[in-house]
Design a protein around this ligand. Sequence first.
Ligand code: ADP
Length: 432
Amino acid sequence: MKKLNKKLVFFFIALMIISSALSFIPSAIYYNKGAIKEIKQNQQSIAISILELRQKTDLSVEEIVKIMSNFMQNIYIIEDIDFMEISNDDVNRIKNQEIVFLSNSQKHTATTIFMLDGFYIGIGLYPHDSIFNMVASRVVLTLLCYVGIGAVLIIVSANRVVRPIIRLSGATQEVAKGNFDIQIENNSKDEVGKLIDNFNKMTKELKSIEYLRKDFISSVSHEFKTPVASIQGFAKLLQNNDLTEEERQEYTQIIIEETSRMSKLSSNILNLSRLENQEMIGNKTVFSLDEQIRKSILLLEPEWSKKNIEFDIELDSVQFKGDEELLQQVWLNLLSNAIKFSYENGIITVRLYEIGSVVKVKISDTGVGMSEEVQERIFEKFYKEDSAHSFEGSGLGLSLVKRIVDLCGGKIYVKSSLGRGSTFTIELTMME
Ligand code: ADP
């Protein structure tokens, strides 16, 4: 038997013994009353039988006493009634041919006395068989049966209770070794069942985190490998003394662009990891949200003017309390995506509404749009739709946006259709 099983069985048996011992006294008191009543009836019916036997037969009193004695009740002739502790009242009643029942709760005795042919006849329990002994033996027998049957049932059922816990313990050891593939079968809905359900959920989560971690490392290395290889290649070309001035300019320009791409990438990774470790917004100030959005559009002017993109802007005047710098990153990322994925001469619509305590920002473009599958994955780190590889970007922008919006306690939605454009909606709640 396993340790936990033994503990459980021992605990329950000890519990049953203690509860039996404690319930002995109240049960004995309860049964005692019933037992006196039962003895009284028994003795009275013996007395009546003795009287009838005397009437119907020629048997002597001594013979009748002998015949009627049984293993429960002792029947005897009382030599001298005056030596007995009986009240005068009771003596008179006996003398008046009454069958008198006398019980003494302190001495645990119960006796019936009556007269037969001038003899006093006593019917009482044998000295070794007091009322207490009688009741106690019955109660003890019941309690022993209770403990015995209970113990057998507990030994059988302890296994059932302990089995899932033992399985869980084995599974946690597997998780500690790094095996997240483990799942425990579970059909029960009780607390242990819930524990197993949560354990299964936990291993699934751990598995996906482990997968994300591995995926993250491979994505980071991949993103760095490409610019490093290109820098290395162009630096080697620059070592050639026969290059024209034009070629030298072109190669150094490429190296400058690649290094700035790497620097952007690493600051995005650092930013994201900092935000992921952050639990809440710390640096809160009150600022004008509409002004911040307008400023963000102006900052991106070189990009949108290159593509001749027009803006349709309608912004409520909103004073918002939050982290100004982080929210600026949200608008810059969403707007630069809208510009990046817009066609030439496209229109970008920007709206800001304040509805009660909710602030809604909508940024829509008329660009390339996304399929349903792409929309489901855009907030994943390093996710770029295949055809988006022709656009510059590391696939971290929207992960950053999502993390910031989550930290602000807000929501972000996307609606998009391929070839028609996309709309990103952000809902933020005004805080006091
Ligand atoms: P990136 O820095 O590569 O733009 P993001 O995380 O910002 O990365 O975006 C992830 C992907 O989501 C993009 O590669 C693109 O496929 C898709 N996407 C984001 N914004 C838009 C948009 N406005 N229109 C179409 N596709 C978009």
